[in-house]
Design a protein around this ligand. Sequence first.
Ligand SMILES: [Zn+2]
Ligand SMILES: [Zn+2]
Length: 149
Amino acid sequence: MAAYRKRVDQGVCPRCGDLPITGHLKCIKCAQRDKETIRRTAHNLRHEVFMHYGGYICANSNCQITDPDVLTIDHIEGRKSLKHNSYITGERLYRWIRAHGFPNGFQVLCMNCNYKKHLQDSYPSISAWNHSIQTIPMPSNMSTVREGN
Ligand SMILES: [Zn+2]
Ligand SMILES: [Zn+2]
């Protein structure tokens, strides 16, 4: 720690003693390596959480999409049930889940199914309307109104 402090005082990278990036503490090599470590750690955590809740597959049996990029961890009973505010998402949520020993109440959903679920929960009437949209007849007076203008 003393060596670290000394290098900071000398204006060189505290890790390796090379010249730092202008305006930064560390050199480009150490900065990039740290960034890569952070990225890998975040990726591993996400992987661990997904593996616990069934792997990279949407839990909706009609969907079952497997693309990890579009999959997300869903609060089965809604985030209110766990008193999670809207900030507990992504990495924060993964960390919370691991810190609480991977509790029940989570599932893997794709973004579409997740969105659809919230739509159905929040606006059941809109969701019903979505299903029946194709059967709603065109207003019969539409063309006559236009002709009248
Ligand atoms: Zn360095
Ligand atoms: Zn899905």
